[in-house]
Design a protein around this ligand. Structure first.
Ligand code: NAD
Length: 509
């Protein structure tokens, strides 16, 4: 009997590629995959050559004509089976996520669940693709707009949500009738491979969904190949900008979601204890490696700041850090040794810059996991906007408290920042909250909601240098991104009536 996908992926020494419904090796170049909790190399990931990526694009191009003409309701049936298989295999997917990313199991389950919700939305594709129709736009003339798939589209994704972020992309792209090539993060590629096998098991025709693992060589091949019509990217801002400029220069439609520095404003009237709980989860959940993590708390008034800092500092003493597989832990390790060292160096930098390090996570040691990439939760007070720890994305368990005089002052800080992904206000004042939501230059806004990640029937995206392109990910924007509008105007002249030539511009005058 053939091994189940979960067993195959769990036991592979090298994570290869998934092309045209088959596992493909191409492992001339490889890179280690590490369990960040133990620091051990668990296996290797193959880094695809240009030729292998071209094979994946060719498989997707060959599969397109037939998939494009598959009725949306039939595509939806496969998506329904895929959703069921994701749920049946959730424990294996979640274990894979924790072993390669390090996040705690509950958090990994939350990530998978959010991905499954996008599959749920994609199951409604027959309704979503209905198009627009107008009868009698002129005498005996009808007109309609339909949304046709683009062809081969590609996704390039980051390490921090190895299951969810790919699922922001391929379920909707494929539901719309496109075929897809995914290039996941080389740091934690096993979950996306497992998910690809499950999609095949659900009945997806070979070639419709392909996964190539790799690095810049694979990404550049996708960016340059003329058969790739559109690229969805999620990752850091410098790479997002590179993907956007290179992809659009090569004539592709591109959406490139970048980095973030998400601020929460704490107003003096906020429910302080609930705010502290919300900040703890949003700043230190997933070790701060979320693009929607709160990394700056702007406290309005010194009294608010003093209370928040004292209470956060108290809560941080109780934060349980360790292997994500142990359900008593709140926070796991950082993704790699290199990233750990980078985040730690930002803590050193903050002290040099003159911020007050109220809680220092650097001395933390996790017993039994001395080689893991752990860093305890860190809290800085009296951070100012000129500091690099304020301006730059740290992407770790480091929360900066900035003190502001007023709501206007706090909002000005946010509006002046180069990133505009997510933000939140904690207050009991409806007028202040409404003013905030209206006037803040950020794409996703929370009111007493620290992680305002839109659900699947809305769309996800930031403003400013957190998004290059016009359309957000998943939700209604994804229908627009993954389709091309065509408007057809049709007339059936009445038999026996000879039309006169018309030299004026056609109108209903
Ligand atoms: P990253 O930019 O290093 O990598 C993202 C992808 O780009 C990976 O697949 C990687 O292989 C590829 N890549 C890396 N360097 C490349 C290069 N020079 N040329 C071509 N391709 C390259 O990001 P990461 O470290 O994996 O993820 C963390 C970042 O992603 C953070 O900045 C975070 O804010 C951001 N992120 C943003 C969102 C969002 O929705 N805005 C969501 C998740 C993560």
């Amino acid at each position: 009997m053939n091994a189940r996908p979960a067993e195959k992926i769990a036991t592979a020494a090298i994570v290869g590629h998934f092309i045209n419904g088959r596992d493909v090796a191409d492992s001339a170049r490889t890179q280690p995959i590490t369990n960040p909790a133990t620091g051990e190399i668990t296996r290797q990931v193959a880094l695809a050559s240009r030729a292998t990526v071209e094979d994946a694009i060719a498989a997707a191009a060959d599969a397109f004509p037939s998939w494009r003409n598959t009725p949306p309701a039939k595509r939806a049936k496969i998506l329904f089976r895929f959703k069921a298989l994701l749920e049946e295999n959730a424990d294996e997917i979640v274990a894979t996520l924790t072993n390669e990313h390090g996040k705690v199991l509950d958090d990994a389950m939350g990530e998978l669940q959010r991905g499954i919700e996008v599959v749920d939305y994609a199951c409604g594709i027959a309704e979503l693709l209905k198009g627009e129709h107008t009868k009698n736009v002129g005498p005996d003339i009808d007109s309609w707009s339909e949304f046709q798939p683009l062809g081969v589209v590609a996704g390039i994704t980051p390490f921090n949500f190895p299951a969810m972020v790919p699922m922001w992309m391929f379920p909707m792209a494929i539901a719309c009738g496109n075929t897809f090539v995914l290039k996941p993060s080389e740091k934690d590629p096993s979950a996306p491979m497992l998910i690809a096998h499950l999609f095949k098991e659900a009945g997806l025709p070979d070639g419709v969904y392909n996964v190539v693992n790799g690095d810049k060589e694979a990404v550049d091949t996708l960016l340059e190949d003329k058969r790739v019509q559109a690229i969805s990217f999620v990752g850091s801002t410098p790479i997002a900008e590179y993907i956007y400029t290179t992809g659009t220069r090569n004539g592709k439609r591109v959406q490139a979601l970048g980095g973030a520095k998400n601020h929460a404003i704490v107003m003096p009237d906020a429910d302080i204890d609930n705010t502290v709980s919300a900040l703890m989860g949003a700043a230190y959940g997933s070790c701060g490696e979320r693009c929607m993590a709160i990394s700056v708390a702007v406290c309005v008034g010194d009294e608010t700041a003093d209370t928040i800092v004292a209470k956060l500092s108290n809560e941080l003493q109780k934060l349980k850090v360790g292997n994500g597989t142990d359900s008593c832990n709140n926070m796991g390790p950082l993704i790699t040794k290199a990233h750990h060292d980078k985040v730690r160096s930002y803590v050193d930098l903050g002290i040099e810059e003159g911020a007050e390090l109220v809680v220092d996570g650097r001395p933390l040691k996790v017993a039994g996991y001395e080689a893991g990439f752990f860093l305890g939760g860190c809290l800085f007070d009296k951070v100012t906007p000129d500091m690099r720890i304020y301006r730059e994305e740290i992407f770790g368990p480091v929360l900066c408290v900035v003190r502001a005089d007023s709501q206007e002052h706090a909002m000005q800080l946010i509006n002046d920042h180069e990133y505009g992904n997510g933000t939140c206000i904690f207050t009991r004042d409806g007028e202040a909250a409404r003013y905030f939501a209206d006037n803040i230059a950020v794409g996703m806004v929370g009111i007493n909601v620290p992680l305002p990640v839109p659900v699947a029937m809305h769309s996800f995206g930031g403003w400013k240098r957190s998004l290059f392109g016009d359309l957000f990910a998943y939700g209604p924007d994804s229908i627009r991104f993954y389709t091309r509008r065509k408007t057809i105007t049709q007339r059936w002249p009445k038999g026996g009536v000879r039309d006169k030539a018309q030299f004026s511009f056609p109108s209903n005058q």
